[in-house]
Write a protein that binds this ligand. Sequence first.
Ligand code: MN
Ligand code: FE
Length: 392
Amino acid sequence: MGRHALGVPPKKRMQKKFADALSLLYSVFSITKTTHFTTMSCCNASTTRPDLHDLSKRINPEEKRLVNCKQVDVNQLMPLKYQWAWEYYIKGCANHWMPNEVPMQSDIELWKSNRLTTQERHVIMRNLGFFSTAESLVGNNIVLAIFKHITNPEARQYLLRQAFEEAIHTHTFQYIVESLSLDQREVFNMYHEVNSIHDKDAFEMTLTSAIMEEGFSTETTEGLQTFLKNLVGFYVIMEGVFFYSGFVMLLSFKRQNKMIGVGQQFEYIMRDESIHLNFGIDLINGIRSENPEAWTPQLEQEVREMIKKAVELEVAYAEDCMPRGILGLNATLFRDYVQYIADRRFDRLNMPLEYGSKNPFPWMSEVTDLSKEQNFFERKVTEYQKAASLEW
Ligand code: MN
Ligand code: FE
């Protein structure tokens, strides 16, 4: 291709591309060219055209709203109103990692050896199967269902970061499958083929499709309630309940010095997820306080039933992963654990507790505190965010 292959000099082409991009922007945001761009005079008082230099158009951050905001421009991040949302974004960025930076050699050797039992392999495979598609479900729900309806730029800034983290998490399972030479089709199809995984995912997918229905709007109370149920379903249930049996199982291997690369990846994912969960709950509570009419006693009861149902699905999943005990774990301990986790979520939602179960795995709280001494990160920033102040 010659330099002028399109018959237009490069500078003109650039101008054309810029003009095309602008007209796309106009159509997306319904800005008309005449309004802002062809009228360069700001002194023409005879028309109703907005004035380019009109200081009264500067946003008042107090008018920002998490949903249904029409008063302020969603393209202007600053000044912030929701400092917490910005801080989650900064924390997420400070935890940045990539799966292919984690060495997998000892995992590969162990996986190819005869030093893992059939039950141990089963637990690992089930969790790879669940997480490999669950991460994509969460990412897709952010992009397709949540993002559009959140009308606040600092919250959107975090959603963009979170969506990328979900892509990194999906990448992690591609990387593990490739490293261990597992059957890709078997792992990535488990959400169709394994009942205990399918049941958890089907529960989530109905919540996404409810938002994507034709004519859905958060401007009616009913619509906003459906939206809140989606947020509970993904942030509190998927990332806050459905992930936690898997975290315990894979971190238990690492504690016994088995599959330490995979265990490391799960530690990083869990640290990211604790931020996702906390952002999500702050978002839910923020929308509640701005729209108190939506959080009715009936909605609260529905949310309680959703979380109770999720606990049963998660206990069934744990039983399916380990029909017999391994590594000092068994299904009974998981019932206590999942109930304990669910109570913590009720507490964060300012709802009465349901179970009163004790945490059978107190060591899990230490794992969220890891201080990044791992040597494979030596060439990078070594001090990472601590998750100690976060709910997990
Ligand atoms: Mn994730
Ligand atoms: Fe997440």
